[in-house]
Design a protein around this ligand. Structure first.
Ligand code: ATP
Ligand code: MG
Length: 1079
């Protein structure tokens, strides 16, 4: 939504002087000062903008500001030059009204800056496009060029415009710039030859010398040193904050943009150089023989260089500086020039050269920037003209300038009043006559064709005879003495008044802006603006295109004997044209004010500003504006702004705005004469009424702010509350859902429980019923069976009685057997083959079955047991079995051997290093190795021997050395004899006649007798080629010792000396072995 603002918002002081209450010069000044101190440099008087020079850059000319003011109504925002520019541009574009912007104020007040601001604003807001941008750029860049040639540093302003400028910018129907036309007014050309103390010549001279390259300077025959040129003032050649060299580059660049050709720029620079050279030409007196004074050029070097620059023959120019030719109708008279005249001629040439160059520049720029096409254009004129000047010493220039300002004031009053009047008529408001000072009378004093000062000056200039400034003053005294705004010593004297502040050679004019004392000296001369014809002809002869162009009157073919138009006349004519031009346009005023004389920021010199506001007629301006009604505003914005003051118009008025305002005003305690209703605007007579409205509005706004705050807070709280409510509903919904789910699950599980109970109960009930029914059926069946049985038995008893006993018996036996087998199954003993347990026999008649079953079970478990054996274990057990077969119940030693495992190799000869040799000597695998006692045949004592058994032989070896003592191949063994006792004696009997039998049989004793014999026996059974070894078990047997057979007899005896078994040789034939009894 667009926010409607107003100038009245946040005002510092009053933004529009029309609203000043009370209105006085002091309050006016105070308001300006107050605003200036708050950086508000712009203030309105109605639609006129007062601009104070801030002398520093303020951040109010930014592109953002341009956007802010763009397309906004004039009074909508705080006062600004952009508001005026926007208003002018929009009414030009939208209402097809030509505009002019009149910028006035004294030197240094900021006119040129203001004109640039206006132009840059218009450039920023108008259309865009390649062509348009080029035009804009050219228009804007014409400024630096003109400023370089037309501006100079003065005591009042470092960049003072020394010419008046009016620029028409032309736009097409869309508001896009097409081009422009610049008019220049009265360049202060005297500055070229002489500058007051503390001032400079035109900028371009300094810029050229500082900024041009060495090469170009050489070309122009110039030196960089300012002091080498008489026309350049030296005391202020360097200006603070002014970079001449950089500016020179800017100017060159600007000239290029505007469209100057390179040779044109060069020509211009040559002319500038020529002016500087001209200043250096000096003359010395030279007396001629005829007694007349003559002058001679002191040093011709500069003249020569200048002539070279401009392509003039040196002698021609030299002559022109020495002679003056006066041509009458038929005659030509040449007179010599004295030194003073020569200097006059030189300076006149310099001034003319420069001022014509300047005019040429303006024409050339116009050529570039002029609008193409012949369509009707809308025009915006910007007038930046020198302000009113009151110096200590005022001359012709000030007179002319002040005349121009007088004219501008007149047009200002006229247009302001006219506009005011037109507005009243337009709005249908009764027009009340306004008292104001009309300066037409002063204008008349100056410009009247018969007896105006300018007319009289021209008359004097044209008059034959001696004409001096005194004769001119005399003329004034006679003609203008009675004029109310003219004063001179003479005219005063005639009224018997003495005024010592008024010298004899001066006259005073009471301008609208104050009294100004003019010195008559130089008026005639300056008005004549004479350039000797010889000089213009010399210039025309130059071989330089531009120079030739500048001095057309020098063309001998077009000699014009008429006197040239006077400066005053020309100026009056151009001012007249300007005024007519301005009158056709809608004026917009910018009145520039200079806050101090020091070019300093933040300083507000009351007296200086007071003086300016007086001569600018600003108070009058306000009075005119306020004469009828101080304030006016269209109905729409008025209603928009104040509608809150009345209940009927707040918040919306649906009818026409005018009626709304009428209702509004009638509702307010404001006297009816305080306001009037125009056609489109309301007119408020006094500012205080407006302030009353503003105050009420302010209060109302506060109340409204509170109301808005209240509503906003309410809205916010309600929003918050609704949010809470909504979330509460969500939370409760979720909670309810959750609770319901829980409850449902509870009910469901309870239902399931109840259901299951019910079902269970029902099922049980049903089951009971079914059971009952079944029982009933069974019972019935049983009963019926029994009944039938009974019946049948009763019926058939006679037939079955004989078989019944057998059947019952079979049945009983069957039942018993069944019970027996089932019982046996549950009481079976363990799977150990040595477990002797067996359940007791339940019935005597089952004795046979019972023991058979025991046997079968035992066999079965033995088989089971055996099936777990490995091959080795099996072999061991086979050996054990064999041992049992051989010795069980035959030898008392046997039972003790049952529990001993048959280890075989007790000596571990393979591992024992002692028997390593022996082990190697053994060809076959050693099946048994043990230490045995070899019984000595002589005494029956034992000697320890190693006993080794292999598959094929029995070996006896020495226990200590391992040396084989005897090796008996197994086939050589015929039998083995052992006792029945618990001893370990055994005799190995050898085959008679065999190689082994040479030494006789062996009688040995071993702890592992059973094992040894069993193993030897096994060798016999397993080998197919051998006979089985006989095992002879008896307590007496014969042993073949070498040649004898000895009987070994075993007797039971008491053991002696701890020896369990003792052996004794009883005689040659008997060896007695006493074995302790086993009992
Ligand atoms: N709006 C502004 N912001 C900042 N500085 C300004 C502004 N207006 C003027 N000035 C300063 O004041 C100086 C003088 O301004 P300007 O040249 O516009 O005066 P003028 O009225 O054209 O004077 P003259 O009549 O001598 O040409 C400028 O050079 C600039 O330093
Ligand atoms: Mg200026």
């Amino acid at each position: 939504m667009e926010v409607k603002t107003s100038l009245l918002d946040n005002m510092i002081g009053v933004g529009d002087m029309v609203l000043l209450e009370p209105l006085s010069e002091d309050s006016f000044l105070e308001n300006l000062k107050n605003r200036f101190e708050h950086n508000e440099i712009y203030t309105y008087i109605g639609s006129v903008v007062i601009s104070m020079n801030p002398y520093r850059s303020l951040p109010i000319f930014t592109p953002e500001k341009v956007e802010e003011y763009r397309n906004r109504n004039f009074y909508e925002l705080s006062p600004h030059i952009y508001a005026l520019a926007d208003e002018a541009y929009r009414s030009l574009r939208d209402q097809d009204k030509d505009q002019c912007i009149l910028i006035t104020g004294e030197s240094g007040a900021g006119k040129t800056e203001a004109s640039k601001l206006v132009m840059s604003y218009v450039a920023a807001v108008c259309g865009k496009g390649q062509e348009v941008n080029k035009v804009k750029e050219q228009l804007l860049q014409s400024n630096p060029v003109l400023e370089a040639f037309g501006n100079a540093k003065t005591v009042r302003n470092d960049n003072s415009s020394r010419f008046g400028k009016y620029m028409d910018i032309e736009f097409d129907f869309k508001g896009d710039p097409l081009g422009g036309v610049i008019s220049n007014y009265l360049l202060e050309k005297s500055r070229v030859v002489k500058q007051p103390r503390g001032e400079r010549n035109f900028h371009v001279f300094y810029q050229l010398l500082s900024g041009a390259s060495d090469e170009s300077l050489k070309k122009l025959k110039l030196h960089r040193d300012f002091s080498k040129y008489n026309y350049l003032s030296l005391d202020s050649a360097a200006v603070n904050g002014l970079d001449d060299a950089a500016n020179f580059r800017t100017v060159r660049n600007a000239m290029q943009i505007v469209g100057f050709m390179e040779d044109e720029v060069q020509s211009v620079m040559e002319l500038v150089a020529a002016v500087l050279k001209l200043g250096n030409i000096e003359f010395k007196p030279d007396s001629r023989s005829n007694g007349s004074d003559e002058s001679r050029i002191k040093d011709k070097n500069d003249l020569k260089e200048m002539c070279e620059l401009l392509g003039i023959e040196q002698s021609v120019l030299e002559r022109a500086f020495s002679y003056r030719t006066v041509e009458a109708k038929l005659e030509k008279v040449s007179t010599t020039l004295n030194v003073a005249q020569a200097y006059y001629a030189r300076d006149a040439l310099a001034k003319n050269l420069y001022s014509r160059l300047f005019s040429w520049l303006v024409t050339r720029i116009n050529e570039s920037i002029k609008a193409q096409g012949k369509t009707r254009h809308k025009v915006m004129g910007v007038l930046d003209i020198y302000g009113f000047e009151i110096f200590e010493d005022n001359s012709f220039e000030q007179f002319i300038i002040n005349y121009c300002n007088e004219k501008l004031q007149q047009i200002f009053i006229e247009l302001t009043l006219r506009e005011e009047q037109e507005e009243y008529i337009r709005e249908g408001i009764e027009w009340t006559n306004i008292e104001y000072f009309n300066n037409a009378v002063i204008c008349d004093l100056i410009e009247n064709n018969q007896n105006g000062i300018l007319a009289m000056l021209d008359e004097e200039c044209l008059r034959p005879g001696t004409v001096t400034d005194e004769t001119f003053l005399d003329k004034l005294n006679t003609i203008c003495a009675e004029h109310l705004h003219f004063e001179s010593r003479l005219s005063k004297n005639s009224k018997f008044l003495t005024d010592h502040s008024l010298p004899h050679s001066c006259f005073r004019i009471q301008h609208y802006a104050g009294k100004v004392l003019y010195r008559a000296e130089g008026f005639v001369d300056k008005n004549n603006d004479l350039l000797y014809r010889d000089l213009s002809q010399a210039m025309y002869k130059a071989n330089h295109k531009l120079i030739k162009q500048l001095f057309p009157e020098g063309n001998p073919a077009k000699v014009n004997l008429k006197r040239p138009l006077t400066a005053g006349f020309q100026f009056k004519a151009s001012v007249g044209t300007l005024m007519r031009n301005l009158q056709t346009k809608n004026p917009n005023y910018i009145r520039c004010i200079k806050p101090n004389d020091k070019k300093a920021s933040h300083i507000f010199t009351d007296s200086l500003v007071r003086h300016q506001l007086r001569y600018l007629g600003l108070m009058e301006n306000v009075r005119v504006r306020r004469a009828g009604y101080a304030f006016r505003q269209p109905y729409e914005p008025c209603l928009e702004r104040y509608k809150m003051l009345c209940k009927r118009t707040w918040p919306h008025w649906l009818g026409p705005a005018r009626e709304g305002v009428e209702v509004l005003m009638s509702d307010l305690p404001v006297p009816a004469e305080e306001f009037s209703f125009g056609r489109s605007k309301i007119f408020i007579r006094n500012p205080r009424t407006l302030f009353f409205l503003e105050e009420r509005r302010r209060q109302c706004l506060q109340d409204l702010a509170t109301l808005i705050q209240k509503i906003y807070r309410g809205w916010k709280c309600r929003g918050h509350f609704l949010l809470l409510k909504k979330s509460q509903i969500v939370v409760s919904a979720w909670y309810r859902r959750y609770a319901q789910q829980k409850k449902y699950q509870k009910i469901k599980s309870a239902t399931t429980v109840v259901q299951s109970y019910t079902r269970g109960w029902q099922a049980r009930k049903l089951l009971r019923e079914l059971k009952y029914q079944k029982r009933c059926v069974e019972a019935v069946t049983t009963i019926s069976a029994f009944w039938h049985g009974t019946q049948i038995r009763r019926e058939y008893r006679k037939f079955f009685r004989a078989n019944a006993g057998k059947k019952i018996y079979d049945f009983t036996i069957q039942r018993i057997m069944q019970k027996y087998f089932l019982g046996l199954k549950s009481t079976l003993p363990s799977m150990s083959p040595i477990d002797k347990n067996w359940p007791a026999r339940p019935y005597l008649f089952l004795g046979g079955v019972h023991s058979e079953l025991r046997r079968i079970f035992h066999l079965w478990r033995c088989k089971k047991y055996r099936s777990q054996f490995t091959e080795e274990k099996k072999a061991v057990y086979e050996e054990k079995l064999e041992a049992s077969e051989l010795f069980k119940d035959k030898k008392a030693l046997y039972p003790s051997s049952v529990s001993q495992p048959f280890k075989g190799d007790y000596l571990e000869i393979n591992k024992n290093p002692k028997y390593q040799k022996l082990s190697i000597a053994m060809e076959d695998k050693v099946l048994l190795a043990d230490v045995v006692n070899k019984i000595n045949r002589a005494n029956g004592k034992g000697t320890a021997r190693l006993f080794l058994l292999t598959k094929n032989s029995v070996v006896l070896a020495d226990q200590k050395t391992g040396q084989v003592k005897a090796s008996v191949p197994l086939p050589d063994l015929t039998s083995v004899s052992v006792s029945t006792q618990s001893d370990g004696f055994f005799a190995l009997k050898l085959k008679e006649g065999s190689a082994s039998a040479v030494k006789g049989d062996f009688l040995l004793s071993s702890e592992h007798l059973i094992e040894i014999i069993t193993k030897i026996h096994r060798m016999g059974t397993t080998a197919a080629d051998r006979e089985q070894l006989d095992i002879d078990i008896s307590d007496e047997f014969l042993v073949q010792f070498k040649h004898d057979k000895v009987c070994v007899k075993f007797i039971q005896g008491v053991p002696k000396n701890g020896n369990s078994v003792s052996c004794k040789r009883k005689n040659n034939r008997l060896l007695e072995v006493s074995v302790p009894s086993t009992a």
